[in-house]
Design a protein around this ligand. Structure first.
Ligand code: C5P
Length: 219
C-alpha cells in the first residue's frame, strides 16, 4: 500500500488580485505550492503529483524531489485532479490524498489523521463544523435562516483508497471536491475534525491573515 498525494495548484486565483497564479504567490517567503509540498513531505508520501499552469511547468523542475512530478493542470480543479491522477496511475490498494495548494496552514499531523481514517474506512475528509448562523439571501434581502445543526465545511486534505477514487473520478461530473463524487456513488465518507486554520486562501484578506499567523509562528 503506497501513500500518494495530489496537489491541485493550477488555478488562476483571480479573486486574489495578484499577477501570479495563486499557488505561486509567496507567503512569508515561500510560495503556496512549496508550502503544500513541505507539509506533504513531512507526512510523508511515497509519490506526489502537482497540477500547475502550463507556463509554470519549467519552474517546477527546480522545486520537485525525485519522487514528485508536475503535470499541466486543466481548465477546472476537477480536470486538474484527473490529469494528476492519470499521471500517477495509483493502484487499488494505494491511498490517495488530495490537498489544495491554497490551504497553507494545514499540518502534516492533520493530513496523517485524514490518511489513517481513509486507510480504515476508505474515504475521509478534513472538515470543520460551521460556527456562523446561516442566512439564505435573495439580492440583499434575508429570506430565511438555515439550521446549522449537522452542517460542516469541507476542506482538504481529502483521502481515498485508490479503487474508490478511480471509480469516483471516472464519473464525468464536475465537482468542487472529490468527496461529493464518492457520496454520489454511495461510498461512506468520514469527517476528520481539524483546526479552522485549514481555511482556503481566496481573497487578499485571507492572504494577510495566513501571513500574520505564519509570522507569529516563526517569531
Ligand atoms: O479556485 P479555488 O480556490 O477553489 O481552487 C482550489 C484549488 O484548486 C487551488 O489550489 C487551485 O490552484 C486548484 N485549481 C486547479 N486547477 C484549476 C482551478 C483550481 O488545480 N483549473
Amino acid at each position: 500500500m503506497g501513500w500518494i498525494a495530489i496537489v491541485p495548484a493550477a488555478g488562476s486565483g483571480s479573486r486574489l488580485a495578484r499577477p501570479d497564479p495563486k499557488a505561486f504567490v509567496s507567503l512569508g517567503g515561500r510560495m503556496l505550492v512549496e508550502r503544500a509540498l513541505d507539509m506533504l513531505r513531512a507526512v510523508p508520501f511515497d509519490r506526489i503529483a502537482v497540477a500547475v499552469p502550463q507556463e509554470r511547468l519549467p519552474a517546477m523542475a527546480g522545486i520537485l524531489h525525485p519522487n514528485e512530478i508536475a503535470v499541466e493542470g486543466g481548465p477546472t480543479r476537477a480536470q486538474s485532479v484527473r490529469r494528476a491522477f492519470d499521471a500517477l496511475d495509483p493502484g487499488p490498494g494505494d491511498v490517495v490524498c488530495l490537498h489544495d495548494a491554497a490551504r497553507p496552514l494545514v499540518s502534516a499531523e492533520e493530513t496523517a489523521r485524514v490518511m489513517r481514517a481513509a486507510v480504515r474506512v476508505g474515504a475521509a475528509i478534513a472538515a470543520t463544523p460551521l460556527v456562523d448562523t446561516l442566512k439564505r439571501v435573495d439580492g440583499r434581502r434575508v429570506t430565511g435562516t438555515v439550521d446549522r445543526e449537522g452542517l460542516w465545511a469541507a476542506a482538504t486534505p481529502q483521502a481515498f483508497r485508490g479503487e474508490i477514487l478511480r471509480r469516483a473520478l471516472s464519473a464525468a461530473a464536475e465537482a468542487t471536491d472529490e468527496a461529493s463524487l464518492c457520496e454520489a456513488l454511495g461510498v461512506a465518507v468520514e469527517v476528520v475534525p481539524v483546526s479552522r486554520l485549514v481555511f482556503k486562501v481566496t481573497t487578499p484578506e485571507d492572504l494577510e491573515l495566513a501571513e500574520a499567523i505564519l509570522a507569529r509562528r516563526d517569531a
